[in-house]
Design a protein around this ligand. Structure first.
Ligand SMILES: C[S@@+](CC[C@H](N)C(=O)[O-])C[C@H]1O[C@@H](n2cnc3c(N)ncnc32)[C@H](O)[C@@H]1O
Ligand code: SF4
Length: 369
């Protein structure tokens, strides 16, 4: 039997560190990148033997900044994946930053079978971009998005909400402009102030202030604008035109199997979660002695799996399908029906009402024991 598998590949390199980011990445040069890609190829080959009964139908190359890799790097990785795993991509995404997406790289991605680009625009206002410590300006973001849309690939853009100098009006205007440029998917993430980052320090010393009500207004303004532009919200932070949802990310929310390769990459296969070292150096050491150790592995109990499924499914607009959950499923439906203020129920499905998405975690608790 052949099962579908999503593959995530982490590229932990960026041209510089943004002020808010605590993702695993470094600013290494081409030698460091080549060493990493070689390690990645080793890991791909080593893991492939466990997945002969799977077909990789979604691929997501994320980071860090995959478009910051040397020319030919992404192609090398995809070719190696195709040689080692059964691959039949329905969707293959590469994350790109505006300053490093060039025509040459676009050609490389297209000839490697990439179908989708996810561009880190974050904002179309220069003062916000500069406060975030981004390397690109708004005109550079517009140019990268136009280039990507003209290539014919599906284009998604990341924007950030509740950032310095942003208002509900400016956030909605950014979403509108991206939509008018032909982008078919938008991920809009609420700024999370990560401990130890320069931006978190600037907030704590009073350079900027964060206001929950304003953040909620910004989210709502973007949601309303995207709805007006023909996008549907299919997950808390994700909007798409019909048929343009990210199939790979949907696997995370549906708990379908995915394998993460590279430093800090996480996997879920059946009821087992595991991940690679978050330290790039430790990851490279594992490659040098061909041990490719997973750092932690957790086999989930039935109860834990069920709780995860509830929490993740309620993030999506298709909601929680209780039809396969037996007696427990009927209990969840009953609880949802007892709380009609927060939940819609359609047959066996439970969906959180749009207006309670900003307080999703509290609402989810109403279904749990
Ligand atoms: C890890 S980044 C990788 C993509 C790419 N390097 C970039 O910066 O555009 C993925 C996305 O996460 C979001 N992100 C990263 N740190 C964040 C934070 N502290 N708060 C909110 N969103 C964040 C940004 O929108 C970013 O585009
Ligand atoms: S936000 Fe993206 S470009 Fe900026 S440091 Fe994080 S991963 Fe790198």
């Amino acid at each position: 039997m052949n099962n579908s598998l999503g593959v995530y590949i982490h590229i932990p390199f960026c041209s510089s560190r943004c002020k808010y980011c605590d993702f695993v990445s470094s600013t290494g040069g081409e030698d460091a990148m080549r060493e990493y890609v070689a390690a990645l190829k080793g890991e791909i080959q080593a893991r492939a033997t466990d997945y002969v009964n799977y077909t990789v139908d979604t691929l997501f190359i994320g980071g860090g900044t995959p478009s910051a890799l040397y020319v030919g790097g992404v192609e090398e990785i995809i070719l190696h994946l195709r040689r080692s795993f059964n691959c039949d991509f329905t969707e293959a995404t590469v994350e790109c930053n505006p300053e490093s997406l060039t025509e040459n790289k676009l050609d490389e991605y297209i000839s490697s079978g990439v179908t989708r680009l996810s561009i880190g625009v974050q904002s179309l206002s220069d003062n916000t971009l500069s406060a975030l410590g981004r390397r690109h300006t708004a005109p550079m973001a517009r140019q990268a998005v136009s280039l990507a849309v003209e290539s014919g690939l599906d284009v998604s853009c990341d924007i950030m909400l509740a950032t310095p100098y942003q208002s509900p009006h400016s956030a909605a205007r950014d979403a509108e402009e991206l939509s008018d440029m032909g982008v078919s998917h938008i991920s809009a993430y609420m700024l999370s102030l990560e401990q130890g980052t320069p931006l978190a320090r600037e907030y704590s010393c009073g350079k900027y202030s964060y206001d929950d009500d304003c953040a909620a207004d910004i989210y709502q303004a973007v949601a309303d604008k995207l709805h007006e532009k023909g996008f549907d919200r299919y997950e808390v932070s994700n909007w798409a035109k019909e048929g343009k949802e990210c199939l790979h990310n949907l696997k995370y929310w549906k708990r379908l199997p995915y394998l993460g390769l590279g430093a800090a990459a996480h996997s879920l296969i059946g009821n087992t979660r595991f991940y690679n070292s978050h330290s790039i150096e430790e990851y490279l050491e594992g490659a040098r002695d061909s041990s490719y150790p997973v750092i932690a592995e957790a086999v989930l109990t039935d109860k834990e799996e069920e709780e995860e499924l509830i929490m993740l499914s309620l993030r999506t607009s298709s909601g929680l399908d209780t039809s396969q959950m037996g007696k427990e499923g009927r209990r969840y439906i009953e609880r949802a029906r007892r709380n009609p203020r927060y939940f819609n129920t359609h047959g066996d499905k439970i969906v959180v009402k749009d207006e309670f998405i900003p307080v999703l975690s509290q609402v989810t608790l109403l279904l749990m024991d």
